[in-house]
Design a protein around this ligand. Structure first.
Ligand SMILES: Nc1ncnc2c1ncn2[C@@H]1O[C@H](COP(=O)(O)OP(=O)(O)OP(=O)(O)O)[C@@H](O)[C@H]1O
Length: 924
């Protein structure tokens, strides 16, 4: 070779051998050797060595040393053996130190996830290969996974291995399943699709379609400058569409906020979002928890401890819309008091007197300054008998200053705030001014203090801000149904223990009134219209006493005389997944499927006080009154926890927000979340919360005698009746068919509880001694594959016998929602011009949920990979090719930036770290 090289010109490859093109893909049909020079021609054996590597030489050198390194090694050394199991694991969970569940979980009961771990649905053998962390929330971790069945990426929520999380996640599964399959079967209404759910290593895993970044991140990326009006409108409309469907299904989301609105992948200029996270949701009429919604988005009625319904979501929605425009939260209070005073200042009113008179927490925030005369109530606060306490008064009362933070925008009324944004001398066009006037009018309807006056999603959908119709003056929605004010139809008693009893049948909804369409009803009867004032059981403060393996839902509903209680998340028809993933939580009672009260029973739920939305209150009714409680010191429900173990952990907080976690933001550590709310925290309340003991005197003495849980009698039985469930006619096409079930009580149920029923820390060993009879019979519509946990015995086997209650198709045969494009991103919404292809508002046949069909493929297809919290770059290409790796919709594909307001006063790229966005009140 040296000779040849010497002979050849220096710029020319010597023999065309080593530099000669090797056999490759294009050489098909030729043997690799055929394309090589013969050893004799090279004369130096180089080609021989090359030919020995013919298996790998087709690939670029870099590939051979990276992606094909194993093959290369094998070629070099046939004795080389590769085993994936020997790979060092790339852990995604933090901390990744084994602590529970035979080493599978960390100290937070999170499954220790690592790259390429396969989450297997044992029933279907569908596998989800973990790829990377997407986010961490209250319930566990959300990871991006490769669905080996479809070869698409999906987002899998891996729920913590804790009973309360598990049960609440079941509710999420149930509600989403109902929404997806029954109410939005064609994926038109901007609600996230649930693809599968399974049980893996004692963790409930829920697979969702993969979505993009959330609206909070979007605002953040826009330096909190707010979005262009056209995007505000487009997103508002889409969220409203989802809310119309949710309300139709009587589902209260309970945690609407920008973080739970995710962008869908966008390949066009259209901006599309979907609502996620039904982990806090409940059915209207089965509202159980009083401490719900994230603080900034928390409605006045929730803050005040007043019965609530789907109107609380409308409040949150109003906050979101304002935030999308302003770029900053409208009521970023550091405590509930702070939020309230911002509401009062910005909106120029206060909650109506009837609400303040009846709400449990009124005295924490308001001072009664005069006699209450019926009919003398002015809801805007003028002439009210109540006045918001000053900070000084709160301080005197609570012995500590209320938590308040400075305002990040001028203290202006809503209209000024919107119309003068960005609050410096900037020229607005006439169109912009007019658009803002419409937006203000829109927001005013959403942010009405009185939930009975607050617009419904359907009413809001008809507002000119959404429809693009000419705005001729303050919008007057057409009434959807005769109003039965929340709370007015029912007496409210204050539980001496701090609980809040909604007496009188638990539901003020008079079914018969709402069963008929109002004569002037402008809407076709496709959407339920009568739930506005229904709320049913107002079990506001169930203390955590554990959840012995039953879905935590119960609540009540009824019309007039009947009250139905169920332990099922979806009420009757939803047979609880009998077994929790953890054997400790397996059910002990067979009455879990439902409890029906006898007609006329109007007993309140026996609820103590709990700050947790997810506090399962049911067993409170079954714990002997002399019980000292079973919260061991290790139990999250014990002591200072005051309720639920569903604590937002500091880690999840900081991970999601990238913000420091102030001590008061640790509800699970310090008790009940409320604690973090400064004035919202009541010590007396706290003493009651979390007390597991059923207390007779916590039940109002009068009027409820017809219903009592059978405590200590060896049974837990309630009379059943099939005649007073809500009738089918009560629900329209969208509504879940709340069928009644007979014989749901079981008098053979045990009456006593031991730690295994409720104490998440109860020893596994104890359970080994127990019989297996409680292994659930897992054959039903909820198929949770058994845990792959090798320790899973039969007792752990969690067959699920669950008939998730599904209504029928929401639309009558032959009817379908219009599929017109409702939103065109390229359009410029302008006043009165109807330039954004608004749905023609035809009150005679208006369908409020017209949905864009512009990107059907993206609703089903997989989006680009958007990293939200770790912001890491994906190393995993989508297996299906480039169209799955679309760029994020940032800016819009047509180059339109999201924000459009110049001269925004904020230069920060984030909210001050001292300003946590929420206190996770939705959980606690
Ligand atoms: N379908 C999805 N596609 C992409 N990312 C998702 C999806 N669902 C959830 N995520 C990500 O995971 C995060 C947590 O999800 P989710 O809100 O459902 O959990 P959570 O435990 O209920 O959270 P939170 O604490 O906000 O209540 C979300 O903020 C989002 O970033």
């Amino acid at each position: 070779m040296e000779e040849k090289a010497a002979a050849a010109p220096p710029w020319e490859p010597s023999v065309g051998t080593v530099f000669r093109r090797l056999a490759g893909a294009g050489d098909s049909g030729r043997s690799p050797e055929a394309s090589l020079p013969s050893p004799s021609s090279s004369g130096n054996g180089v080609a021989t060595r090359i030919s020995n590597l013919h298996g790998v030489k087709r690939k670029p050198f870099v590939a051979r040393l990276t992606a094909d390194i194993i093959q290369t090694f094998v070629r070099c050394n046939p004795a080389f053996k590769y085993s994936e199991s020997l790979n060092p694991k790339i852990f995604l969970t933090n901390p990744s130190t084994p602590a529970h569940n035979d080493g599978l979980d960390n100290a937070n009961w999170d499954l220790i996830l690592y790259v390429n771990l396969e989450l297997v649905n044992r029933t279907s053998n569908r596998r989800f290969v973990v790829k990377e962390m997407l986010g961490q929330g209250t319930f566990g971790q959300v990871v991006k996974c490769l669905d080996t069945e479809t070869n698409d990426y999906v987002a899998v929520k891996v729920i913590k291995n804790q009973p309360a999380f598990y049960h609440q996640a079941l509710v999420e599964v149930s509600l989403l399943r109902a929404l997806n399959q029954t109410h939005d079967p064609d994926d038109q209404y901007n609600i996230v699709r649930m693809l599968d759910y399974l049980l893996f290593q004692n963790h409930l895993c829920i697979a969702f379609e993969m979505l993009g970044q959330n609206l909070y991140e979007l605002l953040k990326r826009n330096s909190f400058r707010g979005l262009k009006m056209k995007f505000v409108r487009a997103f508002s409309k889409q969220i409203l569409d989802a809310m119309v469907v949710m309300r139709g299904a009587r589902i209260i989301h309970c945690d609407l906020k920008p973080e739970n609105i995710l962008l869908t992948p966008s390949v066009t200029t259209d901006a599309a979002v979907k609502v996620i996270d039904f982990g806090s949701a409940c059915l209207e009429g089965k509202t159980v928890y009083s401490y719900i919604q994230s603080r900034y988005y928390r409605s006045p009625e929730v803050i005040l401890g007043y019965p609530y319904n789907t109107a609380i979501d409308m409040w949150s929605f109003g906050c979101i819309v304002a935030e999308l425009f302003l770029g900053l939260p409208l009521f970023p209070g550091a405590s509930e008091y702070d939020v309230l005073q911002r509401m009062v200042k910005i909106l120029g009113g206060q909650p109506p007197d009837y609400m303040l008179r009846e709400a449990k927490n009124s005295a924490k925030f308001f001072k009664h300054v005069g006699s209450i005369y019926r009919g003398n109530e002015v809801h805007d606060g003028i002439g009210s008998s109540y006045r918001l306490l000053t900070e000084e008064e709160i301080e005197v009362r609570e012995s500590e200053k209320p938590k308040v933070v400075k305002w990040y925008f001028p203290q202006l009324r809503l209209d000024q705030l919107i119309c003068s944004y960005p609050w410096k001398n900037s020229e607005l066009t006439e169109t912009e001014k007019a658009e803002r006037v419409i937006l203000v009018d829109f927001l005013k309807g959403l942010l009405k203090f009185d939930p009975n006056e607050r617009w419904s999603p359907l009413q809001a959908s008809c507002h000119p801000f959404i429809t693009g119709e000419p705005f001729t003056g303050p919008y007057e929605p057409i009434p959807e149904t005769p109003k039965i004010p929340i709370g007015r139809a029912a007496a409210v008693e204050h539980n001496p223990g701090g609980g809040h009893w909604l007496a009188a049948g638990l539901s003020p909804q008079v079914g018969s009134v709402n069963r008929s369409l109002p004569p002037n009803n402008p809407y076709p009867p496709k959407i339920p219209y009568s739930y506005g004032s229904s709320y049913g059981s107002f079990g506001s403060h169930g203390s955590y006493v554990g959840n012995a393996g039953h879905a935590s839902s119960y609540g009540s509903f009824g019309d007039g005389n009947a009250v139905n209680m169920y332990y099922s998340p979806l009420g009757p028809g939803f047979k609880q997944i009998e077994s929790s993933p953890d054997v400790r939580l397996r059910p002990r009672f067979s009455h879990d499927r439902g409890i029906r009260l006898s007609p006329g029973s109007t007993g309140p739920m026996s609820l103590g006080a709990s700050p947790s939305q997810f506090t399962p209150p049911n067993y409170q009714m079954q714990i002997p009154s002399n019980s000292t409680g079973m919260h061991g010191s290790g139990s999250p429900a014990s002591g200072g926890i005051h309720g639920s173990p569903l604590g937002k952990t500091p880690s999840s907080y900081s991970k999601r927000r990238g913000l420091p976690m102030p001590p008061h933001e640790y509800p699970s550590q310090h008790g009940q979340g409320r604690h973090g709310d400064g004035v919202g925290f009541s010590h007396s309340d706290a003493n009651v919360r979390g007390h597991p003991v059923y207390s007779q005197n916590s039940i109002p003495s009068s009027g409820y005698s017809s219903w009592r849980p059978q405590i200590g009698s060896g049974s837990f039985s309630l009379e059943a009746s099939s005649s007073h469930g809500p009738s089918q006619t009560f629900h329209s096409h969208f509504a879940p068919r709340l069928q009644t079930l007979d014989n749901l009580s079981d008098s053979s149920a045990a009456s006593t509880l031991d730690n295994a029923y409720w104490d998440p820390y109860f020893s596994d060993e104890s359970l080994l001694h127990e019989d297996n009879s409680l292994s659930a019979d897992l054959s039903s519509s909820l198929h949770l594959g058994d845990s792959a946990n090798p320790t899973s015995g039969s007792a752990r086997t969690a067959n699920v016998q669950s008939h998730i209650f599904m209504g029928s198709n929401p639309l009558p045969a032959g009817e379908s929602y219009r599929a017109d494009h409702f939103f065109h991103a390229s359009s410029r919404g302008s006043l009165g011009g109807n330039t954004h292809s608004a749905v023609p508002v035809n009150y005679g046949g208006y369908n409020p949920v017209n949905h864009p069909q512009q990107n059907p493929q993206i609703r089903h297809g997989q989006p680009y990979i958007q990293h939200r919290y770790n912001q890491a770059t994906s190393t995993h290409n989508h297996p299906r090719g480039s169209h799955h790796n679309r760029q994020p919709a940032w800016p819009m594909a047509d180059g339109t930036p999201w924000g459009g307001t110049s001269g925004h006063p904020f230069t920060t790229t984030g909210l001050p770290s001292s300003l946590p966005r929420k206190d996770y009140g939705s959980i606690f």
